[in-house]
Design a protein around this ligand. Structure first.
Ligand code: ZN
Length: 220
């Protein structure tokens, strides 16, 4: 069992520090413009494997039997456990970011077209919608700013000189052919995301926390 409990709602002391975050799936849940990499916790995968085995076991039980009922309860319990672990992880990461930074800039998941790109599966797997909603309400409580920006080309542009180049997904690091800057792909993307906040409109986020994983985050 994982319990998440928040009691404080006191605005934090002001800070001018701003950070860009690039959301990923594997191996990183997110990478910041300062080069910090937050790994996706391994217990997600472990729990998923257990769930798959519990589901197989359920499918073999006879309908209406006691054993089937037990197997169904086991599957439901594992689902709850995974959801709770994920939520707890999201709370911790959001808390860390909100404590440290006055402005947090991320990719706007509502931008049309994003769902068709590399992110399609990741959005569901990593529960980014839930994470961003948690981040938004923690930020609001603390008097911090959270900004969503158009992510187009943020993973292709050199953050130093702006040179645009398409690279295959397996390229983690590269040297810009125009200015020679050596870049980590995701840190470069996070830096571009941060840079875009200057042009992005400030948003007011809904305060309510969604109930389930991957629930849509509301922009009133
Ligand atoms: Zn460059």
């Amino acid at each position: 069992m994982v319990f998440s409990c928040e009691v404080e709602a006191v605005p934090l002391p002001q800070t001018q520090e701003a950070i860009g975050i690039d959301l990923g799936t594997n191996p990183h849940f997110l990478v910041t413009s300062e080069g910090e990499m937050v790994e996706a916790p391994r217990y997600f995968q472990k729990a998923q494997a257990k769930l798959a085995s519990a589901q197989r076991s359920l499918s073999r039980k006879k309908r209406g039997s006691n054993r089937r009922r037990q197997a169904r309860r086991r599957v439901a319990k594992l689902h709850r456990k995974i959801a709770n672990q994920r939520k707890d992880f999201h709370h911790k990461i959001a808390r860390r970011l909100v404590n440290k930074y006055g402005t947090i800039v991320h990719e706007d998941l509502n931008v049309i077209g994003l769902a068709r790109t590399r992110l399609a599966k990741g959005v569901l797997d990593a529960g980014w919608g839930q994470f961003l909603a948690i981040l938004a309400y923690k930020a609001e409580e603390a008097g911090r700013r959270v900004v969503g920006v158009d992510p187009k080309h943020t993973s292709q542009d050199c953050p130093v000189c702006g040179y645009r180049e398409k690279r295959p997904l397996w390229v983690r690091e590269y040297t810009c052919p125009q200015c020679g800057a050596h870049q980590h792909r995701d840190v470069a993307a996070a830096t571009n995301i941060l840079a875009r906040s200057g042009r992005a409109p400030d948003r007011r986020w809904a305060r309510t926390e969604p109930a389930g994983m991957g629930t849509a985050w509301a922009v009133p």
